[in-house]
Design a protein around this ligand. Sequence first.
Ligand SMILES: NC(=O)c1ccc[n+]([C@@H]2O[C@H](COP(=O)([O-])OP(=O)(O)OC[C@H]3O[C@@H](n4cnc5c(N)ncnc54)[C@H](O)[C@@H]3O)[C@@H](O)[C@H]2O)c1
Length: 391
Amino acid sequence: MTSTMTEKIDHPTAPGDRLPVVVVGAGAMGTAWIRMLATSPHAVPVGVVDLDLDLAASAVATLGLDGAVVGDSVAEVAERAGAAAVVNVTVPQAHRIVNEQALRAGLPVLCEKPLAPTVAEALRQVAIADLTGGLLMVSQSRRYFNHLAAFRDAVEQLGPLAAVHAQFFHADHEPGFREQMAHPLLVDMSIHHFDMLRYLTDDVPVAVRCSSWNPPWSWFAGDAAATAEFELDSGARFVYSGSRCTPGLQTSWNADWRVYAERGAASWDGDDVVRVDAEGIGFDVPARPEGIEASLEEFVTSLRAGTTPQNEVRANVLSLAMVEGAIRSSERGGERVVVAELLEESLAQAITDEQRDDVAGVLRSWTSAADGIATPAWGSAPAAIASGGAQ
Ligand SMILES: NC(=O)c1ccc[n+]([C@@H]2O[C@H](COP(=O)([O-])OP(=O)(O)OC[C@H]3O[C@@H](n4cnc5c(N)ncnc54)[C@H](O)[C@@H]3O)[C@@H](O)[C@H]2O)c1
């Protein structure tokens, strides 16, 4: 391990001060996080961890983080830097390991999406949060867009929903883990859109049918395109189409949305155009922080107030279950996959996979997966968040 400093640094953590955090993962998104944190009123980056030490050191130097500690061990860097929390921006398959290291070291974590590649791995993390009593929040940063909040405001007034449609057509070239995944669209991108659906309505996903494929010209190894239809608890449908290798007519990264309901219809282009076709329905566009800045704000606020953030680990499991349900359905030729069954099968898998007795003990103590994710592990009440509203 190398470090730019050897002495432990004391940082103020009182309300009003910036929370000292270690960023784990100094890749493309980690760099974006460090850049945002460097000027955040809520937190300050005091350490950077990456398996690639040169990359971590170069991020610290490039972004001018004087005195930040660099290393490859989360607990050690956090200790030396006097950090009070961790922001996990590693690749999805490393999320559980890093989150566990941090939580066991007594550090709350804000973890990039997707929480894990599978629901079974997500449930193991719920158990770790349970065991340690620490806050584990998933940064689903696309929940925090002011025009999404406006769209939600309009949709809430439309009465019972018939259907929500979302279309995502993009073409992104980001060599690395995405281009090697079996399901780069569903696992790495649609998780945002499925989670946004859960923000948009209080409806609960019940079942899914999905078809995924890889267009012949795709530069992804796995399926870069999919269509999925979700049944929601109310009887409404969520109809989704997406592609990461669309040569033209691209949508916003946030997808293009349309809802129809008893009292009318509404749409959002994913950027700054919300339209409503219904008598007497208006909406407000808030002016608040968006994206990862807003996600960080909710994390720090929840930590200090002891409240439950929107995407506390347990709440996020259902968004992930939508992803895995879609993948299962696609791999089984479009078979209808029931989310509740997927959750219970994932709990059995989690118990089989878990090597640590204490974590396995927590998983075994749940009467069901539904029971395990029923009560937030952290916080006494939903946080009153300025940016985007609690679900
Ligand atoms: N919210 C968004 O809009 C958004 C956008 C892009 C990426 N992301 C997410 O951010 C995460 C990182 O994506 P990226 O594009 O920066 O990936 P990346 O491959 O560029 O960087 C990941 C870094 O993590 C490091 N790493 C891997 N395992 C580690 C471990 N165990 N300990 C320490 N470091 C480790 C790697 O060395 C690498 O430097 C992913 O989960 C991705 O889905 C989110």
